[in-house]
Ligand binder design. Structure first.
Ligand code: UT7
Length: 332
């Protein structure tokens, strides 16, 4: 039994936070943000619109586009670092309830921006072992809930959104995953961190006063390591599978910063039309960034059945992951 990338869906909140809006909130400028990151705007969920709500909308689309019913799903994996509740229940359980799916295994994983590709690797293993047939994987984030909108070094980067995919069993090797690789190095765990809440810093007056509940990032150090790691990882997966970069129609990197994407794309000698770019309009949506980008090319009719996708991601942990597979859904 093989695993195939069966369908994609995404949800984007309607509220836009533009660079001009941020100019009024912190000491920054549209010019600085555009030049250093390529971001023009990002989407922000409403106060009462949660990670599980965005994930549910994205999942409904993915299930429908796979030609399935909710009841066909036999495993739900939600990748997020901004869950509805930090300890329990898992956001995947809340999503299962909102989708009306009963009695299936549902859990969250935490791999920051690499979460969706980590979830792919888990879904593939469950399917290839014969344990599951249709796995719903989700990358969803309400990142605005952990961003300090007085910190100009982070608040310009992140946005909210969700993307979902159905990974299904197939006997046809032609439509199967080619490879997935996921890894981590915890010695860099202080590069991207939300210090609270957690057992290191349980909620307290001090946590609130010091803003320890907000994301902190060593931006420049993370940038340099991201370029190095993403490039190495993607070159390895191509080499290992005997595929040339020029033969990839859709290179879909994590959407953190245009300069990172450009540096990796250039080192692979990719043409502009091979590289999927959504960071300008959505910012960095962490685990949601890759499925939102896949959905973008799907909805615009650029992603056709059978075309190869190369995914490449990097994030807090530090974690990184890459994947190579054809799109096995119907073209739009
Ligand atoms: O998704 C997970 C992985 N995340 C990433 O890969 C993100 C990686 N990092 C980045 O994208 C970039 O490092 C940033 C966009 C966060 C920052 O860009 P940078 O080119 O690395 O800038 P920097 O941090 O080295 O700061 C350069 C200058 C500093 O001023 P001085 O010390 O040179 O006077 C900052 O204070 O830019 C200043 N600065 C800003 N200026 C205007 C930092 N943020 C801003 C801002 N507006 N928003």
């Amino acid at each position: 039994m093989y695993a195939k990338f069966h369908s994609i869906g995404a949800y984007v909140p309607s509220k836009v936070l533009s660079n001009a809006d941020l100019e009024k909130m912190v000491d920054t400028s549209d010019e600085w943000i555009l030049k250093r990151t390529g971001i023009s705007q990002r989407r922000i969920a409403k106060r009462d619109e949660y990670t599980s709500d965005m994930a549910t909308e994205a999942s409904k689309l993915a299930i429908e586009r796979a030609g399935l019913e909710s009841s066909d799903i036999d495993l739900i994996i939600c990748a997020t670092v901004t869950p509805d509740y930090f300890n329990m229940p898992a956001t995947a359980c809340i999503i299962s309830d909102k989708l009306g799916i009963k009695n299936v295994q549902a859990f969250d994983i935490s791999a920051a921006c690499s979460g969706f590709v980590y979830a792919l690797s888990i879904a593939r293993a469950f399917i290839e072992s014969g344990m599951k047939k249709h796995v719903l994987i989700i990358g969803a984030e309400k990142f605005s809930s952990i961003v300090d909108y007085t910190d100009r070094s982070t608040c310009i980067l992140f946005g909210d959104g969700a993307g979902s995919a159905v990974i299904s069993a197939t006997e046809d090797k032609e439509e199967a995953f080619i490879d997935v690789h996921a890894s981590a190095d915890g010695s860099y765990s202080d590069f991207l961190v939300t210090p609270a809440p957690g057992c290191v810093n349980p909620v307290s007056q001090q946590v609130i006063e010091e803003g320890l509940n907000f994301v902190q990032m060593k931006g420049n150090e993370t940038f340099k390591l991201a370029v190095k790691t993403l490039t190495k990882d993607v070159k390895n997966i191509l080499l290992k599978n005997g595929i040339k970069a020029e033969d990839i129609p859709h290179f879909i990197p994590h959407q953190a910063n245009y300069r990172i994407i450009k540096a990796v794309g250039d080192s692979l000698k990719m043409k502009e039309e091979q590289v999927v770019l959504t960071v300008g309009k959505y910012g960095n949506t962490s685990a949601a960034s890759i499925p939102m980008a896949i959905n973008d090319i799907y909805e615009s009719g650029r992603l056709k059945k059978g075309e190869l996708m190369l995914l490449d991601t990097f994030g807090g942990g530090l974690t990184w992951a890459s994947a190579l597979m054809p799109f096995a859904g119907e073209s739009r």
